[in-house]
Design a protein around this ligand. Structure first.
Ligand SMILES: O=C(O)CCC(=O)C(=O)O
Length: 318
């Protein structure tokens, strides 16, 4: 097997492997780069989670969804609202291009990222607890130690929905059950070029970022076209941006690669900074406060010395 497979444009095609979960787990653990496992057994969900069958199998319950008029959801302009809807109604509406019943307008799009509890009592998502009537349809891939599992998240989206570029601090296998999706990823080493605000990139249009974001890596990216039944490994800290081509259902399973003490105990989504990372960012704010006490040319000098020290001590060698 040779990795990765490059296209002419400098875009990396994420390898699609048709091997056993055991072999995939080995490759995944060794390489810690995005990979797709195709043709693996995800349980009966790949047959029974068509929109019709899924809405028959689900019990009615209210879920909170993103609802927008534009397909590309943008956290900066907040071009979406959160609305509560019965899950059966969500499945019904999300498969249509237009609906007679709506929150904003007939052609609005829907996106569910399941959460457990409510805003006053948020809990980590878990398919078994949140959707027990369908959870046994989905077989959690045997790709990580079960005691390191963090969450299992149900995602339902209208065709066309694109989720903004972000990273998570946990490892993730994104299991596409129904529908097709494009996934675009960038390595953590691109962090300086991603124009981050917290865990999210401010760049809304990844193909044409605009002059505000001159360093955004349009070509240095990894891509995969996901089909129903595919499992995409998204290693922690890899930036990802996903676009649904049609009505889609997915479950992603997150787990903690590192010891528990490194993760924020109040992290319900798997995207809060790792404890030493968060502490370092806070200390950096203090460093900036100190340096800006100095005249600019002195601040510049000491800032460069700090960066050099960090580069020497902490950057990975290429
Ligand atoms: O459902 C999607 O398309 C987005 C998935 C995602 O953002 C994630 O796995 O962190």
């Amino acid at each position: 097997m040779s990795f990765p497979f490059r296209k002419m444009s400098g875009i990396v095609n994420i390898p699609i492997l048709e091997i056993s979960q055991e072999e995939f787990r080995k490759v995944m653990t060794e390489r810690r780069e995005p990979l797709v496992l195709r043709g693996s057994d995800l349980g009966s969900c790949t047959r029974t989670w068509s929109p019709e069958k899924l809405s028959e199998r689900l019990n009615p319950r209210q879920v909170r969804v993103h609802v927008g008029q534009e397909q590309d959801l943008d956290f900066r302009t907040k071009n979406f609202k959160y609305c509560d809807i019965d899950i059966k109604e969500l499945v019904k509406r999300a498969q249509n291009k237009t609906n007679e019943e709506f929150f904003i307008d007939k052609s609005e799009i829907y996106y569910l990222r399941s959460i457990s509890g409510d805003s006053r009592n948020l809990q980590v998502s878990n398919l078994d607890q949140d959707f027990p009537e369908i959870s046994s349809d989905f077989k959690i891939p045997d790709l990580f130690p079960p005691d390191q599992m963090f969450s299992s998240v149900l995602r339902i989206s209208s065709g066309g929905v694109r989720i903004w570029t972000h990273y998570d601090v946990t490892d993730n296998v994104y299991c596409q059950i129904t529908g097709r999706k494009s996934a675009v990823l960038w390595p953590p080493s691109q962090a300086n070029n991603m124009y981050l605000q917290g865990d999210k990139s401010m760049v809304a249009d990844i193909d044409s970022p605009g002059s505000e974001f001159p360093l955004f890596p349009v070509s240095n990216r990894w891509e995969a076209e996901l089909e129903p039944g595919d499992i995409l490994f998204i290693p922690s800290l890899w930036f990802h941006n996903m676009k649904a081509h049609d009505f889609g259902v997915a479950v992603n399973v997150f787990w903690k690669e590192l010891e528990s003490k490194f993760y924020d105990p109040k992290d319900y989504y798997g995207n809060k900074e790792l404890v030493p990372g968060a502490k370092s960012l806070t200390m950096l704010d203090n460093i900036i406060k100190q340096l800006t006490l100095l005249p600019p040319q002195y601040a510049d000098f000491y800032a460069r010395r700090c960066v050099e020290k960090l580069e020497k001590k902490c950057y990975l060698k290429d």
